[in-house]
Design a protein around this ligand. Sequence first.
Ligand code: WT7
Length: 630
Amino acid sequence: MNMISSLSQYQDEYKESVENPEKFWKKYSQKFLWKKNPSQILEWNFDEPKVKWFSDGKLNITENIFERNFNLKSNTAIIWEPNDINEKSISFTYNQLFKRVCSFANVLKKLGVAKGDRVIIYLPMIPEAAISMLACARIGAVHSVVFAGFSASSLSDRIDDCNAKIVITSDGNYRGDKIISVKNVVDSAVEKSDSITNVLVINRISMDVTMVEGRDVWLHEIEKSVDDVCNAEPMSSEDMLFILYTSGSTGKPKGVVHTCGGYMIFSQYTFENVFQYKDGDTYWCTADVGWITGHSYIVYGPLLRGAKTVMFEGVPTYPDPSRFWKIIDKHSVNQFYTAPTAIRALQSYGDKYLEGASLNTLKVIGSVGEPINEEAWNWYFINVGKRKCPIVDTWWQTETGGIMISPLPNIIDSKPTYATLPLPGVQPILFDNDGNEVIENNIEGNLCIKFPWPSIVRTIYGDHKRCKETYFSTFKGYYFTGDGAKRDDDGNYRILGRVDDVINVSGHRIGTAEVEDAINQDSSVIESAVVGYPHSIKGQGIFAFVIVNSNSDNVNYFDQIRKTVTHHIGPIAKPDKILVVPGLPKTRSGKIMRRILRKIASNEFQNFGDISTLLNPEIVDIIVKKVKNL
Ligand code: WT7
């Protein structure tokens, strides 16, 4: 099946994918190298839920990256751009990468890691982040990458939840003008763990670290004792490929499980079509591998396609806000994929940082992670895309594994703030809050998906019930995304943001309950309520209303609570605003009425709706007065 290259081809493929999904995906699956060809294409129900794609097929995803692309062995696979402009970038050909992956895989074996074991990867954006993921996949170990900005206690929760056997980390790393002690975080996270047998350490910056005898191993030392040949482990299509933790509206983060076959198929299909990647192009996604975007569109999608993918260690503003544009010119990037929050931040520094940049190699520019406002869209289109590059505003989620709704550049027209049309295989549907389908256009509804696509979440690690409750119970028989959306008369979808208690801060999904739990661990706090509010750069900011105990006078709550949250979760979850209040609006059953707090936090001081069920309606006015004085 060739890449989609015209509107009629898109329409034909879309139609085929809905009318005959099994035939459609079977045909595409024939591009891949199977150790055993699948004959069972799809079994599913959204009640248990159970979804199996290509279930009797056997494969290894890394064989589809390396052996299948053998003719590309001297092509560049990864270009790594370091944080510091004076440090040289490093390129890996497919063959070089293959050898590194195989020797890394042999190191894992030597440490006793076997098929099915869970491996935590806690690394900065260095090539070994991709290499270690692929090494796990090579031997059938399940990787779980944890964003290296998370705190020791978040890391330790994830280690415990999946009973990981080893952690892969680095001594430290450079990030902008900072030096980060990565290994220290791992040390405190692993201290109490019963499951971790080894910590494998990569020397990135030659900083002093404590190596625990019998547990900690330097990669460069152990790598000397292994060779660079490693056969690919045969995996069933539905064997686990990875777990990736993501926040929800309640409780601790959930371990979203993706499996080998379906994820492989959908990540390549969506990558090549959405970015219209052509042989020889250079593609760059600025995400971190700690998030799903890094998994699907830095590592798996591009490498399966045999593409040249750029990996960047640093931040957009270091040494100054022209860094992204300099990297695009330096490596002649053709497809560029970033987040609205980065676009807005760079826009805020003014256009002067773009003046020296040519950007003339760009063909497609993408956006992901949160709704992109019209102003940022236009700035991106005019100043970065020079009015000639279509913007692909790609809507998807950790749970979807790959892009679901997006324009196809030069095929499906972009429309500011709209993710536009579903990709083949994706069947969106909108429901109102009573569970009736929203048939009319231009009306907001809850975005659901009717039919399984190959990389739909299979389960929540260790908690299938939670998978059912979170995604398959609100609208029975449908996958519920948690997003609100509306559709225009041409069928284009506009994503309006989360409808649950999840905040999207700079494209990072943060559960309000998780932040409240962290705040409540502060000794001066009795109770808290956290909501999101519009933030000009981050999309949403975090607003915390807190009740403190009377004996904690003279405390700088702002600094102290932010420190507590950083300690328990990480700096990305720090509240932007903290307000001490004497009470919180509660229903008679004791539930906090968040909808009122959301309004107040957004500076809307009227139309609170029915507050007659409140136990303490007088508190609303008190809080409003306090916010007005903030
Ligand atoms: C949530 C998923 C998808 C990878 C990065 C985030 C929001 C994502 C868009 C978009 C509007 C978007 C949604 C979604 N979101 N892309 N193009 N327009 N909103 O993955 O952490 O799983 O978050 O991000 O609210 O549910 P994630």
